[in-house]
Write a protein of this length. Sequence first.
Length: 94
Amino acid sequence: MSNSALAVWRSRDKTVCWISKAVPSNFASGLPIFVDASDYGWCVALCQRGKRGRTPKIIALGVRSFNETQIKWSASEREMFGASKGLRKMERYV
């Protein structure tokens, strides 16, 4: 495992902490953050909830592709990396 992958893996507890801070306990009126990673990149979407039962509206979006080393990581490493980078990117909006 590369040094950067180890750093991401070790920071997973901080990422979970950021998620809990970024999404308020009253989730229905908060700003949900959706993060996803594929084999080739990651995406984060900051959304605003509308009326109950409606689809959230995207208010900010961040997308980045993985480099050659990051593509070789496991799925969980790519997800954690996408979550940590994505939450840092959305920090200024929350």
